[in-house]
Design a protein around this ligand. Structure first.
Ligand code: FAD
Length: 416
């Protein structure tokens, strides 16, 4: 490999804050709102122009119930706008909790409103590209945007990038996992009744597609080394008449930290979507007048880096243990709990992690990456960050009983 040596440069420090939250998905927004409500000056940085991460940008718009802590607030806001509703059909459960549908556009705006109401400073269109580490402690990050390259100082940083970017930049311990990736999309103008007359229920549409593939009427060619886990379709009419949310199959073996592979994955899944839609429009009654409303602006990457924290609980532990340092209980009606140690990366001081890259055993992560868990860990991380700043200690030295007391006082049922 050849190299270019860049000249040494001075990077201007453009902002300083108490708590810096990197990433504006459900975890990051929850962390920022809760840190601000607990008295910290908070800045949230997000690479895209909207909030919600995979929920809004990835069109992941079904979730187990949002019914504890900040999740309950989000649900109430969405319910008022009539865009949060339980799925009414047999089998619409995950971890025996009923799945609910959300409207991504309203979610984007409500999350923005929550940040404004809490007094959080927001910087969109800004990518975190490095961290500022002094004597082993994270003191902020380096960012790049249209204005150039800048530094932002922070007393404490919360990594809610989903990919543990800040943890990796700070040389914290992590492992890399590869999970199937998916391009979600929405179609509009679907004559739902006619489709269901033809296929019976949405699950059967998958069989129509699988049969078409088996008979060679529909071809999903990869043309790369990538591999289909499950090509096909799962469609669901969620909230709006004539609109369906479509899961377009799982692509396996992608290293989603490699931009070249991600580029291939974007191209392949987009081909797949177009072929699938053309087939549905031509061959399945009810799709004739339909169109693609939106393919997900963010490719559905489930996981990349997972931090190695003070503890990596397995599923049995998160379901059956009341950890002495329990700081999150995502659901009112389920026993899953998360310990504070899962948010504390080894090898980097002054950093907390929230969302889909927290520390847990891989088999547990399938359930711990669900939306309500990400926001519950965000609430815990943001609250802990504000308390740590107020007390002038690093997050690892915080008395977790204080965090538990504040969370409980602020309406989180920790089941303690
Ligand atoms: C295809 C698919 C289907 C799924 N199905 C379900 C389901 O049915 N129900 C369910 O509950 N969950 C589901 N999930 C999981 C769930 O959607 C996610 O785990 C959850 O939304 C993650 O939230 P998060 O805030 O941790 O991360 P993300 O939503 O990924 O948010 C991270 C944010 O950080 C930003 N960011 C990243 N890097 C940087 C950087 N360097 N600088 C600045 N900003 C950055 C991103 O733009 C993003 O906004 C699914 C996931 C996928 C991919």
């Amino acid at each position: 490999m050849s190299w270019i040596v860049e000249p040494e440069r001075k990077t201007p420090v453009v902002a300083a804050t108490d708590v810096l939250v990197c990433g504006g998905g459900f975890a990051g927004v929850a962390a920022a709102v809760c840190a601000a409500r607990n008295g910290a000056r908070v800045l949230l940085i997000e690479r895209y122009g909207f909030l919600g991460g995979l929920v809004t940008g990835g069109l992941v718009i079904t979730t187990p119930p949002l019914d504890n802590g900040i999740n309950r607030e989000i649900a109430e806001r969405l319910r008022r706008k009539r865009v949060y509703a339980p799925l009414q059909k047999p089998g619409a459960e995950m971890i025996s909790l009923r799945m609910h549908a959300l409207d991504p556009e309203v979610v984007k705006h409500e999350l923005l409103q929550m940040l404004r109401e809490a007094g959080v400073d927001l910087l969109l269109h800004t990518l975190v590209v490095g961290s500022v580490v002094e004597q082993g402690a994270v003191r902020g990050v380096l960012v790049e945007n249209k204005a150039g390259r800048h530094a932002i100082r922070a007393s404490l940083t919360v990594d809610a990038t989903g990919d543990a970017d800040v943890a990796a930049f700070s040389r914290a311990a992590f492992r890399v996992v590869r999970k199937p990736i998916t391009m979600m999309f929405n179609m509009a103008g679907v004559d739902i009744d006619r489709v269901l007359d033809r296929v019976g229920n949405w699950s059967n549409l998958k069989k129509v597609v699988t049969d078409a593939v088996a008979q060679g009427e529909l071809k999903f060619e990869l043309g790369t080394t990538l591999e289909w886990g499950t090509p096909g379709v799962h469609a669901e009419c969620l909230l709006h008449p004539g609109e369906i949310n479509v899961w377009s199959g799982n692509l396996k073996g992608v290293d989603a930290l490699d931009p070249k592979q991600l580029t291939d994955a974007e191209a392949v899944t987009r081909d797949h979507v177009m072929r699938l839609v053309a087939y549905l429009q031509e061959r399945v009654p009810g799709f004739e007048g339909s169109w693609i409303e939106l393919t997900s602006p963010i490719l559905g990457v489930r996981a990349t880096r997972q931090i190695l924290g003070g503890i990596s609980p397995d599923m049995q532990q998160v379901r059956n243990t009341t950890f002495a340092d329990t700081v999150a209980k995502p659901y009112a009606e389920d026993t899953i709990r998360l310990p504070y140690g899962s948010l504390l990366p080894q090898g980097a001081e002054n950093l907390l992690v929230a969302g889909r890259c927290i520390s847990a055993e891989e088999e547990a992560m399938g359930q711990l990456r669900l939306i309500p868990v990400c926001s519950a860990t965000g609430q815990a991380a943001g609250t802990a960050a504000a308390l740590a700043v107020r007390k002038g200690v690093s997050p690892g030295k915080l008395d977790v009983a204080d965090v538990q007391r504040v969370l409980t006082d602020q309406g989180v049922d920790l089941g303690l």
